[in-house]
Design a protein around this ligand. Sequence first.
Ligand code: COA
Length: 494
Amino acid sequence: MSPRKQTSSRTGKSPKHSFSVRRARPADREAILEMSKHIWGGHDYMPLVWDRWLAEKKGALLTVTVDGRPVGTSKVSLLAPGEVWLEGLRLHPDHHGLGLSKRIHRATFREAAKLNPRTVRYSTWIGNEASRRIAEKNDFWQIARTGWMWGKIGKLSPVSGRRAAADELDTVVRFVRRSSCYEATNGVAGVGWTFPELTRRRIRHLLSLGRVVVLPRRGAFRAVAMFDIGKIDDDVCLGFIDGPDEDVTVLAKDILRIAADTGRDEASAMLPMGRIADLVHAAGFDEWRPIRAVVYELGARGFSGEDEPFEDVLSRTLRLNESDILDLVTELLVDRAPVGLARENVRDFITRNLIPDTDRQLVGTVEGFFLALRTDTLRSILRGTIEHLHTRHGLAGDALTATDRVVRVRHRGKRLASVRARATSLHLTLGPGFGPCFPPDLKVGASETRFDAGTLDRASGCYESLTLVLTEKSHIKGATRAIDIIMKSAAARR
Ligand SMILES: CC(C)(COP(=O)(O)OP(=O)(O)OC[C@H]1O[C@@H](n2cnc3c(N)ncnc32)[C@H](O)[C@@H]1OP(=O)(O)O)[C@@H](O)C(=O)NCCC(=O)NCCS
């Protein structure tokens, strides 16, 4: 969690060292615990878990070695069938900054894949830049932001809630699924820095251990709290709580009481930031300000885009709706600002600071090409074509690259279009790669339509690619029609 340090040992390191990641062995213990003294100012929990992790039958504890010497670890755990949890990523600071995390990650994923995962998750401190970067580069997306809190047990009143009974499972599950706490964490609940899914099965397990405390109301519940015992600190950890404010406060105090009854002098909580964390903090979990944890999950939830990444779909959607989004955010900020502000100024602020001004980027990207064009007519045709790609199909920003000779447009990782300049015309090439969509009798406004014979699909009689020669402003319509055809074909192939 400590900031990255640029130590001299790093820069002086010879690239010839041999590096490997293998299953951990009992003999690694000493070197790994020595390494762990250099992590987080000596507050690493590795000494508390090494023996248990090594003995675990499911998942894998990996050791990272440099020239055969153990210098790091990575742990793959199975929280429930199909629910893989990554943890214990460590590397001796002498080897930080060499990009070794990539190789550790690859080995970790090979182990994770063996567990037939339905989901892979991990959590980290919000300020752990290396760890967050690794998540973001490897298609993990944040599902929750929580606050880690501790409360000392002082003078306490008796417990107000009661332990829910095993036959109340349905009522508890119903309460949980409708709660804002569940929604805010996307269905996971923290116990320490591990976040298992709050499934029916897990709730049943917690009920059987007497770890669900409720405040009843006529056959239902006003409020519910759930805790578990942390494997690292052996702490009572409050991982779920919800209900009206005053009931949350009551139940949070109950959890401290329960911790006291088990001989502990403090309890922890890992809860969503906002109302819940604020209430629990105020109820006595106030040893420090909540430490923020982020929970990452592999892949974007419920996203079934086959050949287009989640980011691309979303950024295209953002670009397509930029104007509406700008209006909405402007409205919200103007409404909530403590002083009166002019809408247009607020809108400008947003495009400078929050949402990229795609129109501006668009013009910037093709500027060299645009200026190199010989006539105003060609400039108008270019503008019309590019604007259509942006406003109708959301293709702008990273999708567009340009030199002063050619503009290229990519879609779903493939080249969709290119525009080349001649002295008195623009040549717009569309496809191939998005399906045979141009019938041979296609008539679009252009001074010439050249089908690419090599892309003829005999079954449909259509071509995957064509080039339009554009010389007049009226040809913008032809260009936009051909673009619509190929985009429709691309969408149909998803
Ligand atoms: C996590 C850890 C194993 C990563 O190893 P590392 O050698 O520092 O990582 P790498 O050099 O491979 O860098 C990984 C990425 O993070 C980036 N990064 C690392 N430190 C960063 C920082 N302080 N700020 C921004 N980016 C940072 C790197 O640039 C790299 O991204 P890139 O490939 O796009 O350039 C190591 O930092 C470590 O042991 N930290 C202490 C224990 C820990 O925090 N474990 C994770 C617990 S969840």
